[in-house]
Structure formats: C-alpha cells, structure tokens
Design a protein around this ligand. Structure first.
Ligand SMILES: Nc1ncnc2c1ncn2[C@@H]1O[C@H](COP(=O)(O)OP(=O)(O)OP(=O)(O)O)[C@@H](O)[C@H]1O
Ligand SMILES: [Mg+2]
Length: 239
C-alpha cells in the first residue's frame, strides 16, 4: 500500500496509564494499517483497549511508544498544540452519548465546530445537517430531538470539517436497533466520495458484518484483523 492510499498506519503501539505498580498497559504493541475509504469496525470486550486505540488515532493522548501515522502525520512526535492542530484538520469524533451542547440548537452545535475551520460556518452546517436528513430540525434544541436525531446532529458535527477520519465510539450504544441501523447506514455512506475512513468501536459483534475491515482487541492485543470482501448492508444485520 502506498502512502497516498493509507489513512492510518500503526506499528507496535504501546499505551500505558500510570506508573510503577499501579500502571495499566491498555495497548500492548498493536500493529495494523487502515486504507483510505475503509469502514472499519473495532470489536472487543470491555477494558480490551478499544477507546484507548480510538483516542490514540484521534491524538487525544500521546502514545507511550511505537509509531502511529494518520493523515500523513507521525502523531508520536507532536506536542500538545500540534496535536490540537491535527485534530482540527484531520479528525471528526462521534460519541455514544452525543455530547451536544444542550443550550444550543442543532445548527448552532454544528456551526460551533464549523467556525473553527473556516468561513461560511452556518451555510456549511446547514448543508451537512441536510445531508444527514435533519434539514427540518435545525432550530431544535437537543432536548427536543430523539436519540437517533441527536446522534445525526453529532455526526453532522463530526463531518462539517470534512475530515479524512471519522472516529466513532459506540455510536449506536444508546439507540434502539432500528435507529441504530439508520445511524450505521449514514456512517457507511460517509466513506463514499471524499476518501474518508470511518472507524466504529462497538461491543456489538453483528455490526462487524457491514465492515470492510474488522479489528478485534483483547487485553491490549489485536487478535483478529480481517478484510470483508462483501460487507452487508446495515438493514440486513441480524441484531
Ligand atoms: N485514563 C486512564 N487512566 C488509567 N487507566 C485507564 C485510562 N483509560 C483507560 N484505562 C484502562 O485501560 C484499559 C483499556 O481501557 P479502554 O477504555 O480502552 O477499554 P474499552 O475497550 O474501550 O472498554 P469499554 O468497552 O468498557 O468501553 C482498561 O483496563 C482501563 O481501565
Ligand atoms: Mg470504551
């Protein structure tokens, strides 16, 4: 794989928290490559290191050792302000509990992020809210939206910067299965066109059927790295 087609390249990545007797090794030397435009599902039991790995790709925390390149940048060598710069330019985040600002409308929640990355923030936010099917809900506050709608606002917020990487931690974890399918369909669709890779962390192993690529973690190690030549559609998942 050439550098131009690689979104993320991880080699022997170690992440420890704390020191001495209380130290926890959350990632114990993981290696893998994610091509551009891939829809990747990361599976594993609670405590296996999934969120730690996502946070590493998102440069929320520095690695302990090993190499991690994303969007052409070696993240291990960055200082705090360079990590912030990388996150602004390269990464959108989607969380289980949406993390929307309750006192701002859907449009304002998205525009808040759009403003960090250039002009026409409101226009760009409107467009992406329409893209996620919420054109008629832009003036609603989070408390006036269903869980699935709130998650679509948070996906719009992740996409408004048009980042090459969209990182999602349990994006369907607090949704019922029908709403979860809609959200997964939407996430899958966001890999088309722009060369974006989408990484979804989940406990739900059935979601792996719709992935181009499945990584499974156990106790800080990768125990499965599979490519799926014919991924299912979200609506055909059996959950
Ligand atoms: N900030 C931290 N400080 C200390 N230990 C941490 C920290 N974050 C994670 N850990 C530890 O690292 C290990 C991996 O945690 P992580 O959150 O990555 O698991 P996970 O696979 O996302 O689990 P879950 O499915 O429950 O969300 C766990 O043992 C956890 O206790
Ligand atoms: Mg987690």
């Amino acid at each position: 794989m050439t550098e131009a087609t690689v979104a993320v390249r991880v080699e022997d990545l170690v992440k420890s928290y704390g020191e001495g007797e209380t130290a926890v090794q959350a990632l114990r030397g993981v290696s893998f490559t994610i091509p551009r435009r891939e829809f990747v599902v990361i599976l594993g039991p609670s405590g296996s290191g999934k969120t730690t790995l996502l946070n590493q790709i998102g440069a929320l925390e520095p690695p302990t050792s090993g190499s991690l390149q994303a969007d052409g940048v070696e993240l291990g060598g960055l200082d705090e302000s360079q990590r912030t710069e990388y996150r602004l330019r390269s990464v959108g985040f989607v969380f289980q509990f949406f993390n929307l600002v309750p006192t701002l409308t859907a449009l304002e929640n998205v525009a808040l992020i759009a403003e960090l990355t250039g002009g026409d923030a409101v226009d760009r936010s409107m467009k992406v809210l329409e893209q996620v099917g919420l054109g008629d809900r832009v003036d609603h506050f989070p408390g006036q939206l269903s869980g699935g709608e709130q998650q679509r606002v948070s996906i719009a917020r992740g996409l408004v910067k048009d980042p090459p990487l969209l990182l999602c931690d349990e994006p369907t974890g607090s949704l019922d299965s029908d709403t979860g399918v809609q959200v997964l369909d939407l996430l899958r669709a966001t890999t088309d066109g722009g060369g974006r890779s989408v990484v979804v962390v989940t406990h739900n192993s059935t979601i792996a059927d719709m992935a181009d690529r499945v990584l499974e973690l156990r106790d800080g190690h990768i125990v499965r790295d599979e490519t799926n030549a014919s991924p299912s559609q979200a609506k055909d998942l059996d959950w």
